[in-house]
Design a protein around this ligand. Structure first.
Ligand code: UGA
Length: 433
């Protein structure tokens, strides 16, 4: 919404949330925003107070506006039907009811949350049943990735707007296309029916997640045979039909979206009796979980089949670099598996320690240390989990001196210079090598 406001100075954008603390952070004088995202603060500085406002007054905002973008959370449902797979839509539904209650004129309602296909129909039914005003429900899924959100928004590969295939739908689609056309070339703004738009979001994330699981499956084979997964990925990706992106082997994918969306797809396939397709997509998740188990098994083997009471420092806890987000982070799974082995764990991360503490609060004995040198002090092993840019340029000689010998580095992101680490004296493990 901040980028929409920046690029549409003539439109007023009001962001509302029921969480007063977060709204206060968005409004804070020193711009201590509630999320870390490179470049975001500059966009907020430019637009806030001019045409971008943050508020808890949902009623006024709904009353005043012509378009409502709904971005409430749709976590994986943990109870009842579809538990562990389907999306929990209760927040979406209560938001829809609230919009209906406060509205005093016709509105365009835009789904921004990822929702399983055909939710728009339910929303349409809730909003338009016995309503005084007309609500046209569109789907406008977001394709930005965390850490590069601002760039992805300013220079998107495509923008997708799905809407009902009737006159009202066409008018509403045109309205939303115009919001983006302020900075996105028209040719990149694609329009579809609502169902296609909803399914496209799930399909895009599932295909990306599937590439990561596929290369990680190849990585295991590389370790067993002496091939090098980075070499394999480079040559495979040089085929223009495949392309080089999302072929980086690592600790497995994390983040709030991939697992949730693939599970959603599994649930949808099951619901429609497509059991083989459901199993196929479930394989993407299983492969991902297997990758973290493999990391711990290899550590176990390489550290003389006992990890109890050894000290291991996790370098990086965020699910990827340039974010403090730790949702579904592979580092969390690895920390739990190591904790089961009675490892003395120190977690280090430049941006994610607050979240790490919260995520692991049920485990006792975990230490948290932002300074990598202190985290590595006296450790038997370092497991690099997140490819933070500064890790390769740390003083590895100094780190080596401080560690117990033999000192091991497991670089699960293949981002360190293994040869020079070996020269220093480290035992080095990589993924897929
Ligand atoms: C993902 C999609 O990339 C976005 O297009 C989408 O809009 C977003 O989900 C969403 O649904 O909101 P995000 O989860 O922020 O974005 O981050 P990614 O860059 O996709 O990374 C996901 C995970 O895959 C990370 O843990 C990353 O380390 C891992 N990954 C990615 C790999 O292990 N190897 C790769 O080659 C690429």
């Amino acid at each position: 919404m901040a980028v929409i406001a920046k690029m549409n100075p003539d439109r007023k954008v009001v962001v509302v949330d029921i969480n007063a603390e977060r709204v206060a952070a968005w409004n804070s004088d020193d711009y201590s925003l509630p999320i870390y995202e490179p470049g975001l603060v500059d966009v907020v500085k430019e637009a806030r107070g001019k045409n971008l406002f943050f508020s808890t007054d949902i009623e006024s905002a709904v009353r005043e506006c012509d378009i409502v973008f709904v971005g409430v959370n749709t976590p994986t449902k943990m109870f009842g039907r579809g538990a562990g797979r389907a999306s929990d839509l209760q927040y979406w539904e209560s938001t829809a009811r609230e919009i209906k209650r406060f509205a005093k004129s016709d509105k365009i309602i835009v789904e921004k949350s990822t929702l399983p296909v055909r939710t728009a129909a339910a929303m349409d039914a809730i909003l338009n049943d016995h309503a005084e005003h007309k609500f046209t429900v569109l789907s406008n899924p977001e394709f930005l990735a965390e850490g590069t959100a601002i760039k992805d928004l300013l220079e998107p590969d495509r923008v997708l707007v799905g809407g009902p295939q009737n006159a009202d739908g066409a008018t509403a689609i045109r309205e939303i296309v115009n919001v983006y056309a302020a900075w996105v070339p028209k040719a990149k703004i694609l329009t579809t029916n609502v169902w296609s738009a909803e399914l496209t979001k799930l399909a895009a994330n599932a295909l990306l997640a599937q590439r990561v699981s596929s290369i990680n499956a190849i990585a295991g084979l590389c370790e067993a045979t002496g091939a090098d997964v980075d070499e394999v990925a480079k040559v495979v990706g040089a085929d223009s039909r495949i392309g080089p992106k999302f072929l980086k082997a690592g600790p497995g994918f994390g983040g709030s979206c991939f697992k949730k969306d693939v599970l959603n797809l599994v649930y949808l396939c099951e619901t429609f009796g497509l059991h083989t397709a459901a199993e196929y997509w479930m394989g993407v998740i299983k492969m991902n979980e297997h990758q973290q188990e493999r990391i711990v098994s290899r550590l176990f083997r390489e550290m003389f089949n006992t990890l109890a009471n050894k000290k291991i420092a996790l370098f990086g806890f965020a699910f990827k670099a340039d974010t403090g987000d730790t949702r579904e982070t592979p580092a969390g799974t690895v920390a739990r598996l190591l904790h089961e082995e009675h490892v003395r764990i120190t977690v280090s991360d430049p941006k994610a320690l607050v979240n790490a503490r919260r995520d692991l609060s049920d485990l006792d004995g975990i230490m948290y240390e932002e300074d990598e040198y202190k985290a590595a002090d006296g450790a038997d092993a370092i497991v690099l989990m997140t490819d933070w840019r500064h890790y390769p340029s740390l003083d590895w000689q100094r780190i080596y001196k401080q560690m117990r010998k033999p000192a091991l580095v497991f670089d699960t992101r293949n981002c360190l210079d293994a040869a020079s680490l070996k020269d220093i004296g480290f035992k080095v493990l990589n993924i897929g090598k």
